[in-house]
Design a binder for this molecule. Structure first.
Ligand code: NAD
Ligand code: MG
Length: 282
């Protein structure tokens, strides 16, 4: 079991804000050149306001896609993401609301379809985590909130989006390295991330006939707002892997492009492990 850093002493406030982070996360590498891999596509990204979701959004935009992003209430982060997408010459629709609510999920998909006349790429990525060192400290309220946010919303969004998806379209789910190796501080969160792996594999089998591919990303420690609000002792964050450092969102975004595009046309039901070299099961 890997050593992890401490839960915060203060009661944590979620979600965190990217604009307040020091140092600022790198969202896309300056030398990332788009080549129209997603030209004319529409991507719908939950948690696209910041961190990994923002990185996926900006990479998709540089590859030619228009983007709808869903976020809880971080308007300032979301507006900055919109701004960055527009700088890439693409359009961005911002949708604020609570993904725990199935009705909102349906409405969010409808808004995207109304605005962009369809959806081609669904990225289920929003999540929360409340580290606890003992099982008894995971209240049933926390358990419900974590499962409703991290996995129920993946079902709600995917179910609402599916009627709009056609052959060649893709679904990408964000899981975590904790799904594969566990986490002693994140028992409930890592359980949702394991569920996301099984969800991805099952759905990929279900949708293969429709030629819709379903894959996922399992990040290790990535420098995002979720981390800043989740842990104390941030100096230790991400040191416990072969590369000895946390990753930047810019090191994750390109994998979403790969899984969203024709480049991965013979890949479904799989996860890409972006974690500084930690070897975990398939
Ligand atoms: P982040 O805080 O930047 O993004 C998560 C986003 O989820 C938030 O911005 C928020 O808008 C959204 N969200 C949370 N609850 C919501 C709700 N009820 N309704 C609507 N939106 C809601 O953090 P991130 O690290 O970029 O996280 C993105 C994904 O990456 C998550 O699935 C997370 O589990 C996963 N992940 C992150 C790390 C890491 O080290 N950062 C490691 C493994 C996996
Ligand atoms: Mg955010």
């Amino acid at each position: 079991m890997k050593k992890e850093i401490n839960p915060p002493k203060q009661k944590q406030k979620l979600p965190g804000n990217e604009f307040a982070m020091q140092p600022e996360p790198e969202i896309i590498k300056e030398n990332y050149v788009g080549s129209g891999k997603l030209l004319g596509k529409v991507a719908f990204i939950t948690g696209g306001d910041s961190g990994i979701g923002r990185s996926a959004a900006i990479h998709f935009a540089r590859e030619g896609a228009n983007i709808a992003i869903v976020y809880l209430k971080e308007d300032k982060d979301a507006l900055e993401t919109k701004n960055l997408i527009e700088k890439e010459g693409r359009q961005c629709l911002l949708i604020s609301g609570d993904l725990k609510d199935e009705k909102f999920c349906k409405l969010a998909i409808k808004k995207c379809v109304d605005e962009f006349k369809g959806i081609n790429i669904v990225v289920n990525n929003a999540a929360i985590q409340f580290p606890k060192n003992e099982l008894e400290k995971i209240t049933s309220k926390q358990l419900h909130t974590t499962f409703e946010t991290n996995i129920y919303s993946y079902f709600y969004i995917t179910t609402a989006a599916l009627p709009h998806l056609k052959a060649g379209d893709t679904i990408i789910n964000t899981s975590s390295v904790t799904a594969y190796r566990g986490s002693e501080h994140l028992v409930d969160y890592s359980s949702t991330k394991g569920a996301i792996v099984s969800f991805t594999r099952s759905l990929s089998a279900m949708l293969a006939k429709r030629k819709i591919r379903v894959n996922g990303i399992a990040p290790g420690p990535i420098w995002t707002p979720l981390i800043v609000v989740s842990f104390d002792n941030l100096d230790e964050f991400g040191k416990d892997n072969p590369m000895g450092r946390p990753g930047q969102p810019s090191e994750v975004g390109p994998a979403y492009v790969f899984l969203a595009s024709e480049d991965s046309s013979y890949i479904s039901g799989q996860f890409i492990h972006i974690n500084g070299g930690e070897l975990v099961g398939a």
